[in-house]
Design a protein around this ligand. Structure first.
Ligand code: FES
Length: 118
């Protein structure tokens, strides 16, 4: 699995997310309350809304437009019949945040990055 550096760890604090580009795709990297980093595609499957304004409910991101909900671990659309978003593996190497070049297979839990982990 190949990864690409997308940001510095210092750009994140718990609860913060940032949009990055991975092979031309819009991906959003999220840091949760425990400092764990996850990466998921950033366009809602319903009508393409930018999820950057979506609120977080634990490991779920809620679309700001009509409320579709996506699980950050797998990209699954939670509690609805919408198609999943693509989840990406996320890693931390030193001070860098890396995201996999390609999304994980549908239904697979993506690897997470944790700053300071061995
Ligand atoms: S655009 Fe996201 S729920 Fe409608």
């Amino acid at each position: 699995m190949e990864f690409v550096r997308v940001a510095k760890v210092a750009e994140f604090t718990p609860g913060v997310s940032r949009s990055v580009r991975v092979v031309g795709r819009h991906v959003r990297v999220y840091m949760d309350g425990e400092g764990v980093l996850r990466a998921m595609e950033n366009g809602c499957r319903h009508q393409g809304a930018d999820l950057s304004g979506g609120r977080r409910e634990g490991s779920v991101v809620v679309c700001p437009r009509h409320g579709w909900r996506y699980d950050l671990a797998t990209g699954a659309c939670v509690g609805g019949d919408g198609r999943p978003l693509r989840a990406y593996h996320c890693r931390v190497e030193g001070e860098n945040v890396l995201v996999s070049l390609f999304p994980v297979p549908e239904g697979t839990v993506a690897e997470t990055g944790r700053p300071g982990a061995p």
